[in-house]
Design a binder for this molecule. Structure first.
Ligand code: ADP
Ligand code: FBP
Length: 439
């Protein structure tokens, strides 16, 4: 077995050291490439990956400030862009990037590109914002992103045109898997032109579904907001005869928000997530379970992740629509369940009162919680340290409690999902008393 001490720089696997930016500048390159003791080797992950694909396990360089930096801070013109869906803490990350660049390194010019990757394409006419410590002083108090965001693919060459025209040499992308893929195509275009521009990512996902990020920023704030809504659903359900509270939460492919919010509220009787198949009908189906629950307790609270049970409301004949970024547009499982549950009890002559709550956009637009605020700050400052050290095509990860440098291609290779045989799902099953699956 390989141990950290065995890992020389050449064994860093897919990490790009020295970075392509450093390689291009040859003699001028002074990038600090790390030492063996700065490398985090992950046994558990190695076992998983080796089993699945026989591939060499990845090793991550620990994040943090370096003794020597690649860029002369006085010559840095930095850019920040935020893409995809909103998430609590994006403003904290912007603020952290600006403050660390300006105050720790003395970077003189920082541009905030507006409305996601659109802001990097001249024809949209979104002039970049100038950012400095003063302009970002208060932004962490608000949800959302002061830069704006968007979905939709943009031509990487047109985006590089803008970076080149403004003389940007370090770009921070704050976004999810789509944004990271966009950043990778941007890096290809930068390389084709043999430019020296580093691209560093801060992973953003309310769904908590990016690999090598134990817990994504904003996730905790979002599920804390969901807990309040679940409480209301519980109050409504308890106050009615055969009361049912049905809460739909975000989570396209991963049910982390639903699981965490259900566990934190302790008021939930059924959790439905994309990773665990659920039948509606039959003795082991959801409807029969609900009937039994109402007979015994007189009320029930259900939390459903938006990506759960999609097979019940889509037909294979009907092509799935996509949003501008190419993400599948899901059918509304909340409304579908509301109607099916109501119809089921009506058909049986059982008087039931169902209240449906959909707080999706509410929970992702709240300001960051105190612990997410600390986390965002650490993500941002480590991203700046990584960028100043000359890294590119990487993002800041948090893996087994350590901030690390994760190559972008590795981060998007597979999606993080709830494992139905692992602790989180077991905890949900034990807390709710629901079966392992409705199947
Ligand atoms: N494969 C891809 N190649 C290039 N750009 C992409 C790709 N996938 C998504 N993008 C772009 O990245 C941005 C954010 O992607 P999106 O999927 O909307 O959100 P997120 O980054 O949160 O997953 C959008 O502008 C989108 O068009
Ligand atoms: O804002 P939109 O386009 O309605 O998107 C909703 C989607 O955005 C999310 O909140 C986050 O999605 P991304 O990570 O792709 O940005 C999903 O949970 C949800 O399905």
């Amino acid at each position: 077995m390989v141990t950290p001490a065995d890992l020389a720089i050449k064994d860093l696997g897919p990490c790009r050291h020295p970075s392509p930016v450093a390689e291009k500048l040859g003699e001028k390159a002074t990038v600090y490439v790390g030492e063996a003791d700065k490398v985090l080797f992950n046994d558990r992950l190695s076992a998983v990956l080796a089993d699945a694909s026989g591939e060499r396990p990845p090793a991550f360089e620990l994040a943090g400030p370096r003794n020597r930096v690649f860029w002369d801070p006085k010559e840095v013109r930095a850019g920040i862009v935020t893409c995809g869906g909103l998430c609590p803490g994006v403003n904290n990350v912007i603020r952290g990037l600006v403050l660390t660049m300006a105050q720790s390194y003395g970077v003189p010019e920082i541009f905030g590109f507006r409305y996601g990757y659109e802001g990097l394409v001249a024809r949209f006419g979104h002039a970049p914002m100038r950012l400095d410590p003063r302009s970002v002083e208060e932004i962490h108090r608000m949800g959302g992103t002061v830069l704006g965001t968007s979905r939709g693919n943009q031509d990487p060459h047109q985006m590089v045109d803008t970076l080149e025209a403004l003389g940007i040499n370090v770009l921070f992308v704050v976004g999810g898997d789509g944004t990271i893929r966009g950043a990778m195509s941007l890096v290809r275009a930068i390389e084709e032109r043999r430019l020296s521009i580093g691209v560093v990512g801060v992973p953003k996902t309310i769904d908590n579904d990016i690999k090598f990020i134990d817990r994504s920023f904003g996730f905790e704030s979002a599920f804390a907001a969901a807990v309040d809504v679940i409480r209301s659903a519980h109050v409504e359900a308890s106050g009615a005869k055969n009361g049912i509270g049905l809460v739909k939460l975000m989570g396209r492919h991963s049910g982390f928000i639903a699981c965490a919010a259900a566990l934190a509220s302790a008021d939930v009787d059924v959790v439905l997530i994309p990773e665990v198949h659920a039948e509606l009908d039959g003795p082991c189906g959801l409807l029969a379970h609900l009937e039994r629950r109402l007979a015994r307790h007189g009320n029930a609270v259900i939390v459903v992740a938006e990506g759960a049970m999609q097979e019940h409301c889509t037909s294979s004949a009907e092509p799935m629509a996509t949003d501008l970024s190419g993400n599948l547009k899901l059918k509304d499982i909340g409304l579908f369940l509301r109607d099916r549950i109501n119809a089921h009890f009506r058909a049986r002559g059982v008087e039931a009162t169902l209240k449906y709550l959909d707080p999706s956009y509410h929970i992702r637009s709240v300001p960051a919680s105190p612990s997410d605020s600390v986390y965002c700050w650490n993500m941002a400052r480590n991203a700046v340290h990584a960028a100043m050290a000359g890294n590119t095509e990487m993002l800041i990860g948090r893996w087994h409690g350590r901030f690390v440098h994760v190559p972008m291609p590795l981060a998007v290779r597979m999606r993080k999902q709830v494992n139905p045989t692992d602790d989180l799902w077991m905890a949900v099953v034990e807390a709710t008393g629901q079966p392992l699956s409705f199947y």
